[in-house]
Design a protein around this ligand. Structure first.
Ligand code: MG
Length: 268
């Protein structure tokens, strides 16, 4: 018994030339995240990391996906989410402290096309359980990227993430999701990090679909609060969280990770 899958309203399929432009944006994102990762250490501020990202944008004649986004307009080019912050933290002058996880999320625009990715970097030496949370969250991202291929369905992504994260007992955010991406940072469809009905459901992953996949996992509860700045999402129990993201295109040969310098070759 077959069910016809429909492409949800507003989902666009990109041409190979458009994906090539998105790759250029993705490489700017990769370079900025590498440079910021190298700069993370105790005593550094997230405002400093934001300055590094602004310099990379300027080097490439790229613009920011994040600056001015939303309402109130986001005031920086990176989201820096430290400690109990999961996503959408605003860079500031507070100094990073040993033992914290620092999520850095960054988006760049080249010729009107976006790239979006995030890493989570340990500050100095972290507790083993914190490092393990971070490792497993990154591992869940790569498990999800591997299923972004022709013949797949959207829920394969959430199922792949859950298969890695759930056995560890971590919290997995469900109210925040990945997304389509192209000439806007956020396009349809939503890309959930869970799959209540399992794999094999939802939109077909056809050639030319481009998605940002971004699992967010926590050491404790998955419940979150939004701080008074209207942006920063923190865990309700204030335990630490990790967040990893890549932009990935469906190609005839499988996933192409546009925001990984090697296109994902070493991890897929
Ligand atoms: Mg994103």
């Amino acid at each position: 018994m077959g069910l016809r899958t429909r492409r949800p309203r507003g989902v666009t399929v990109k041409t190979s030339a458009q994906i090539a432009t998105m790759r250029r944006a993705g490489l700017v994102v990769a370079e900025a995240l590498e440079r910021m990762t190298e700069a993370v250490r105790p005593g550094v501020t997230t405002a400093h990391l934001d300055q590094i990202a602004r310099a990379v944008l300027a080097d490439h004649g790229a613009s920011s996906s994040f600056l001015g986004y939303g309402d109130p307009g986001f005031p920086a080019v990176i989201c820096a989410s430290v400690g109990a912050a999961v996503v959408h933290g605003i860079p500031n002058e507070r100094r990073l402290e040993e033992g914290e996880l620092c999520s850095i999320d960054f988006g760049a625009i080249i010729d009107g096309w976006h790239g979006d990715a995030a890493v989570t970097v340990p500050v100095g030496s972290c507790a083993p359980e914190v490092l393990e949370l971070n490792r497993v969250t990154e591992q869940s991202l790569w498990a999800a990227l591997r299923v972004v291929r022709p013949g797949g369905r959207l829920s394969d992504i959430g199922a792949a993430i859950e298969a890695v994260v759930r056995p560890r007992g971590y919290g997995l955010l469900e109210d925040y999701t990945g997304h389509g991406i192209g000439t806007s940072m956020h396009e349809p469809p939503y890309v959930p990090n869970v799959a209540p009905k399992g794999p094999g459901h939802g939109m077909a992953l056809e050639v030319g679909v481009v998605l940002a996949v971004e699992p967010m996992a926590t050491l404790g509860t998955a419940a979150v609060d939004v701080l008074a700045d209207d942006w920063t999402v923190v865990t309700a129990d204030r335990r630490q969280a990790a967040h990893w993201e890549h932009t990935v295109a469906v190609t005839p040969d499988g996933p192409w990770v546009l925001t990984a310098r090697d296109g994902g070759a070493s991890r897929l």
